[in-house]
Design a protein around this ligand. Structure first.
Ligand code: NDP
Length: 284
């Protein structure tokens, strides 16, 4: 059999993108699975996306991740969208198959898997989400598609919060409401799963903590944070101190990377290897 020296290409387009650790996670997975794949972390600034997406076709890449500021702007360059990506209105993963570019959103799916892995499935549950940005949007849609009963959106900017709540109510079977983020916000008592989906606590803001009345978090709640750097945020520490089950942002990131891995390679992802690779990045 002749040798194949050509690697299959995947990667991410973004700006800023230098501190995105996904490449370490994917490459660890490719190596463990014995796949000749590469994951390239590529700076693409606003205005360059059209050329970059043409390059995905020209270079016969298996696919590409999109991060800030491209997740919404990529839509016109794609041939097809998944149901979730179409409702969310944003794509973080593109798969190239038979010369077609297929858009998926694995942000929310990765989060959902992390909930499932921690025995906190959203089906029939009341969910409160802090934030209404890209991550919150993906999470809210996936939780609703997974059968959540009610989703409360709490956001600093009213317009964005109301828009997400209306989207959930219109496009999914879950009911939804928006609550303004008042000072020392009290978590609704019927909340089963509380999700911190803002940037608060993300490095370098490592002491940042959402403005909440933390005494309203109870031991019956699951508290989850999307921030993965650092993994143990002040929000999670406060929730753990009230006896809540806590889930950090590492699982979401690795699950997402594992889903992308399978979409690009048609191979089961070596999750444990990928998780350890990410964890090692935070162990200096
Ligand atoms: P966006 O910029 O789209 O949204 C940011 C959200 O945070 C908005 O709702 C914004 O409110 C809110 N926010 C920011 N600062 C404050 C503040 N001081 N007080 C109250 N609300 C605030 O960002 P993303 O949704 O893309 O990302 C959010 C976080 O999710 C980031 O930390 C990112 O690292 C993390 N993330 C983690 C992933 C993982 O795999 N673990 C995957 C994707 C994202 P407003 O609308 O009022 O501006």
């Amino acid at each position: 059999m002749s040798k194949n020296y050509r690697a299959e290409l995947t990667g991410v387009f973004g700006d800023p993108v230098d501190d995105n650790p996904t490449g370490v996670v994917e490459e660890a997975g490719f190596a463990a699975a014995g796949l000749n794949y590469r994951y390239l972390t590529i700076k693409i600034v606003d205005g360059e996306l059209e050329d970059a997406m043409k390059a995905v076709r020209t270079l016969h890449m298996k696919g590409i991740n999109l991060t800030m500021p491209h997740k919404v702007k990529v839509l016109p360059y794609l041939d097809e969208l998944s149901q979730a990506a179409s409702i969310i209105g944003a794509v973080n993963t593109v798969i190239q198959k038979d010369d077609k570019l297929y858009g998926e959103n694995t942000d929310g799916k990765g989060f959902l898997k992390a909930l499932m892995d921690n025995d906190s499935a959203p089906k029939g549950k009341n969910i409160t989400i802090l934030g209404a940005g890209g991550a919150a949007r993906a999470i809210a849609v996936e939780c609703a598609l997974a059968g959540a009963a009610h989703i409360t959106i709490v956001n600093r900017t009213e317009e964005r919060g109301k828009e997400l709540s209306a989207l959930i109510a219109e496009k999914t079977t879950a009911t939804s409401e928006y609550l303004p983020w008042t000072s020392s916000f009290k978590i609704p008592a019927n909340t089963d799963i509380l999700i911190q989906a803002t940037n608060i606590g993300l490095a370098p803001d490592v002491n940042g903590k959402p403005d909440l009345d933390y005494s309203t978090i109870t031991a019956e709640m699951t508290a989850s944070d999307v921030v993965f750097n650092p993994p143990e945020t002040p929000f999670l520490k406060e929730a753990a101190a009230r006896g809540a089950k806590t889930i950090n942002g590492l699982g979401m990131l690795v699950n997402q990377a594992a889903l992308n891995f399978t979409l690009w390679t048609d191979t089961e992802a070596p999750y444990d290897v990928m998780y350890r690779a990410l964890q090692a990045e935070f162990e200096e």
